[in-house]
Ligand binder design. Structure first.
Ligand code: ZN
Length: 141
């Protein structure tokens, strides 16, 4: 969809913090697609495995800490970042692809540096906000 709409981008950019899935050089903007389990999203698709729960909890917590560090570094370097969550793309509550694309275009043409796209739609974020979208069950045990 991006390509057909005329956007030019690079995929899996290894020389950027967090190796974003998509980078649009013209806009200085990156897109990261996050799996809800692996990145600890606060949504119904996040369910800690019933076995080796402590192991998974620690694993996911370290993913989340790394994510937050990468988001901060990207932000410091002047890149924009849109995080698209798996629950927006897959599952019962997924959003229509054209709707997702329209939200992406809206964000790209805005001045928002950081934003989140999940089944709630597009939300502008500050660095601080990103810390509070983490699934609370990661802090329970
Ligand atoms: Zn999710």
């Amino acid at each position: 969809m991006l390509w057909h709409a005329g956007y030019r981008y690079r995929l899996n950019v290894k020389d950027m913090p967090g190796k974003p899935d998509i980078y649009l050089p013209k806009y200085h903007a990156a897109i990261q697609v996050n799996g809800c389990l692996w990145h600890g999203h606060n949504c119904p698709q996040f369910v800690l495995p019933k076995t080796r729960t402590e192991f998974w909890k620690n694993k996911i917590k370290s993913n989340v800490e790394r994510d937050l560090k990468n988001i901060a570094t990207l932000h410091d370097k002047g890149f924009r970042l849109l995080v698209i969550w798996e629950c927006a793309l897959r599952g019962k509550a997924r959003l229509d692809n054209r709707y997702i694309f329209s939200l992406f275009v809206r964000w790209l043409s805005s001045t928002e540096a950081l934003a989140n796209l999940d089944k709630q739609g597009l939300t502008s974020r500050t660095l601080h906000d990103f810390k509070y979208q983490i699934n609370p069950s990661l802090n329970k045990f």
